[in-house]
Design a protein around this ligand. Structure first.
Ligand code: FE
Ligand code: FE
Ligand code: MG
Length: 171
């Protein structure tokens, strides 16, 4: 990073780079979880949900690009080996061994809530001290909030459908 760019930071740069490498690892795991989950998924609303999950996967990859660029700009070393992702990530990777749509959605929902926590923390850590990382964290956070909302809406719709079917059977 440019000298002046480093000088203006008013925080512990190594601590920030550590947080960003954790976030980078989480983004890659989130990408794969969405990507493989979308392909395995079965059940109601599949044709609507699958393409949106693949779009979310692309957006997680976009977050990884933003985060890695900032790590490099800060003079840090991005995580080099995928074997480190598991150690660095705080968000759990959940393999889609049960392909039912609701199970897949709940796995992704837990991932989104973990990501929201992550970017909230990075935004808090950098607020007033590193405007560039702060703005990036807020931009990513906004997209994670959309992801959470999308998933909550689908789960609500599936529950609603199940309730309606139950009522029809009782009539
Ligand atoms: Fe993300
Ligand atoms: Fe997300
Ligand atoms: Mg969406």
């Amino acid at each position: 990073m440019g000298k002046r760019g480093i000088e203006i930071l008013n925080l512990d740069k190594d601590e920030l780079i550590r947080m960003l490498n954790e976030a980078l690892s989480e983004e890659w795991l989130a990408y794969y979880q969405y990507w493989i989950g979308a392909r395995m998924m079965e059940g109601p609303m599949r044709s609507e949900i699958e393409p949106e999950l693949l779009l979310h996967a692309d957006q997680e990859l976009g977050h990884a690009v933003l985060v890695v660029n900032r790590i490099i700009q800060l003079g840090g070393t991005p995580v080099m080996n995928p074997s480190e992702w598991y150690q660095l990530a705080r968000c759990e990777y959940e393999a889609p061994t049960d392909p039912y749509v609701e199970v897949i959605l709940n796995q992704n929902l837990r991932g989104e809530r973990c990501a929201i926590q992550r970017y909230q923390e990075i935004a808090d850590f950098t607020g007033e001290k590193d405007h560039s990382t702060h703005q990036m964290a807020i931009n990513i956070l906004n997209e994670e909030l959309e992801h959470e909302q999308d998933i909550e809406d689908w789960i609500a719709d599936i529950e609603r459908m199940r309730d309606d079917l139950r009522k029809i059977r009782m009539e």
